[in-house]
Write a new protein. Sequence first.
Length: 169
Amino acid sequence: MRRPAFALLLFAAALAGPPAGAADLHRLWEERCARCHGDAGGFARDALSAADERLQGRLQGRLPERDLHAFLLRHQGGLPEAEAQGVYAMLLAQAQTPPLFQERCGLCHPKAADLVRDQLVLRDGVLVGRYTGRPVAAFLETHGRIAADERPFFMDLLTRLAREVDRAP
């Protein structure tokens, strides 16, 4: 008699989604923000500014610059604190990152977060192919005509994205 109840509990937990703070930040953006604000990277670079590791926005030019973290806590019902911190950090990183992935890789990989979510994983702090286990750093030596001096940029970007799409508590 206990097995059906346990199975039902596991099913309910799966439907509830990840625990607070463990959200896939890019999926969260896509579900809650993209309809009005578009792609997170483009939004961050076009509508936000970063100075002294602080992110501010001039929301469509109508509002004076304001603290975006406080805004995330109340905008459209607000985000829980852990998710607001995560989205804030994600947008800050994107505002400071040139669109090199989109320019160099976007033809084959339209969304970097989808590429990372579907194909890559961090194992013991090393970014590897999800199915091959091959270190991405070695793969980039022969993939996409990425120059040696560009590889650190792409490794930093893809590693950050791996942490943003799989935020284990």
